[in-house]
Design a protein around this ligand. Sequence first.
Ligand SMILES: [Zn+2]
Length: 313
Amino acid sequence: MRLRLGLDIGGTKMEAAILATHSGRDEVLARERVPTQREEGFASVYKRMVQLISTVLNQNGTSISDLDGIGIGLPGAINPQTQQMLNGNTAIFVGQDLPALLSHDLEFSGSIAVANDANCFALAEALLGVGLRHAQELGTTPEHLTSIGVILGTGVGGGLIYKGRALEGPHGGAGEIGHTQLDPGGPKCFCGRQGCAETFLSGKGMETWYADRFGEKLFAMQIFDRAEMLEKKALEAVQIYRRYLDQFTLNLINFFDPDFLVFGGGVSLQPAIYQGLEERVWKQTFIPDTRPRIYQNTLGDSAGVIGAALLIP
Ligand SMILES: [Zn+2]
């Protein structure tokens, strides 16, 4: 039996889990979640991170030396050479050498891998989430498939999965799809450009353009709720959202030729965004008869911690 520990570090919560693999079957054995409390600073957060690892090991009666490896998902791009976080909204982790710190403090000599959280999401869904079902339908295994995990949340991010592995890119920037441009004249993005996918398709982006266009401040969820009640402005907003999502999805398909795409993040919970999406997109792909499926995720918020464990091959 192989035991991998996954650690999903977010801006608001941290989660650890032990993933056991036995005769090709994966099972989560222990799992714990605590608030990150990033305002307390790195030293304090790191201390609780170490405690969290001890807690799940104790829950399962596992000693650290039984682990095949530790995988860590962080909320930012990761430099593949140094394994350190380069940027992101939780600045306390930028430039911290977590593998070195943890292997020293836990006296752990196994491998420790770090990736950004969107890659972890994409990897978990590809290997143990929707990818599993998709592979079964095709009579193959998930390790043979190519897919894109797309986060439509507070921001827009993604992970590119090629034959069962997440691509990181030489600079750690592979899959930063939220900052591909949909409209050069679009809203200003925090990255310095205009009209990035994130400015149209993230929950926050939608809230901003909705307020600009319709003069009312609503949460993205409220806009979708009102559209369901057939409220005119909200219906128009959902139409606009769909048009941008069509273009974005088509760009991704033409760029990467995936077997399937899987959506995660808060906006991915809205059934309205899937209505007619596949049909419209399939008609416009550059390679005729390319029909990648577009799924809602199946692992929910467990994907991060499972994907982190899967970073250990
Ligand atoms: Zn941008």
